[in-house]
Design a protein around this ligand. Structure first.
Ligand SMILES: [Zn+2]
Length: 173
């Protein structure tokens, strides 16, 4: 903002106030004008008061407490960081566990370990890595797939089940 310097007399008080409210430092102009125009006294006094207020801390507690306030603030931030850090650690552990399970399932199915064949944008399989894409890993296959096949065969052998049957009814006990 380039405001022409007003002449020492005939100052536009509104303009000065506007510049002050916009955050501009008008103290030079104020000191120049102080006393030159008695009608500006109330405005000058108000602006000076506002400048003082702006320089004071928001609360009116004893400045001697500043180190204590800083320590409390530091402690609050430290606890916050500690809490967020613990949550990140916990989420990282959860993610690692889920990733391991996903890897084992993908191995058991012989599917893409990145997307199970569900993502055409997958850089590893381009969406073609569904179950059977590669030979399954034997141990994972025995662990995850064989029990599912047995349950599937058992269910088929018993014939079609009633529409609203439960898992307990299907196992026959
Ligand atoms: Zn994939």
């Amino acid at each position: 903002m380039t405001t022409p310097t007003p002449p020492a007399t005939g100052l536009d008080a509104q303009d000065l106030l506007r510049r002050h409210l916009a955050g501009e430092d008008v103290s030079d102009v104020l000191s120049e004008l102080a006393g030159s125009d008695p009608s500006l006294a109330p405005v000058l006094s108000l602006l000076a008061k506002r400048r003082e207020d702006a320089q004071e801390p928001d609360d009116d507690s004893d400045p001697a407490d500043a180190p204590g306030r800083r320590a409390a603030e530091y402690e609050r931030h430290r606890l916050l960081v500690e809490s967020v850090s613990a949550q990140v650690d916990s989420l990282t552990e959860d993610l690692a566990r889920m990733q391991q399970t996903f890897d084992e399932l993908a191995g058991a199915l012989g599917a893409c370990p990145v997307c199970l064949g569900d993502n055409p944008a997958c850089q590893l399989c381009h969406g073609r890595g569904g179950p059977g894409w590669i030979p399954p890993q034997p141990a994972a296959f025995v662990r995850y797939v064989v029990p599912a096949i047995r349950a599937h065969q058992y269910a088929r052998a018993r014939g079609p089940r009633p529409a609203n049957s439960t898992a307990t009814e299907r196992t026959g006990t």
